[in-house]
Write a protein that binds this ligand. Sequence first.
Ligand code: PHE
Ligand code: FE
Length: 296
Amino acid sequence: MNQAEEFIVPDITVRKNAGLSHDADYTMPQPQDRYTKADHATWATLYARQVALLPGRACDEYLAGIAALQVSPERIPDFAELNRHLMAATGWQLVAVPGLIPGDVFFEHLAHRRFPVTWWIREPDNLDYLPEPDIFHDLFGHVPLLMDPVFADYVQAYGKGGVKADSLGGLDMLARLYWFTVEFGLINTPKGLRIYGAGILSSSSESHYSLESDSPNRLGFDLTRIMKTRYRYDSFQKTYFVIDSFEQLFKATEPDFAPLYAAIADKPEIPAGDILPGDTVLHRGTGEGWPDTEDA
Ligand code: PHE
Ligand code: FE
């Protein structure tokens, strides 16, 4: 999700949270008694479908993380149980939230190693795609990698960077970095290209598309380039950026962004599907099936 976008509470979030309340920091107890049999069945369906796809597609760190977390294949997981494993591994914690939360609140949580997870699950008539994050996206997609020490540090650093970017006019640029790494990132490994982005790992169709389709571009990671690149939130990505390691990602984003924001603020934005002369092109997309509507 793009935390820099205007904050509107989607209908489904209102409906799911009727009668529940959250604290000032948007956290709430995980409302276990709200989960129906159908909700647990939805979890089981999505889990089974996705887990079958992941060997050979998800990066090793993700696969190790999901195994170590002992995420239930059958039932919506209990956050308290997962937190025991997470806390022991990297000191992160999940906190239940009603849905999308304001960007500043989100950044504060990440900066304190708390990952906000939407407590409710999508409905059976909408198993494949929903515009707002639910527990399957937030938990299945994001949480396993928080078991990896380097990635865990990256996400915390991102949160601290978000708190800071607000006053520097850097929120849009920072949001694009999140989008092209945490949500839609690919990683080069000795065994081949793998997925680490949560938006891909929680989508069966994009798990295939991002790695196997000839349509999208796959370009080498480039921090300032990414910060100016527009994206899609209504379709598969036109371009994926590929890192070589989580260490590379962490190191590249470690320097102070204040001078960087100032230096590139006035540079033009790059359309989602463009390839530029300086790009490291791992795959030039055919562009087949790309939507012709405006990029975000
Ligand atoms: N180094 C960035 C800054 O100074 C913070 C950051 C780290 C942002 C990691 C994103 C990811 O603002
Ligand atoms: Fe997400």
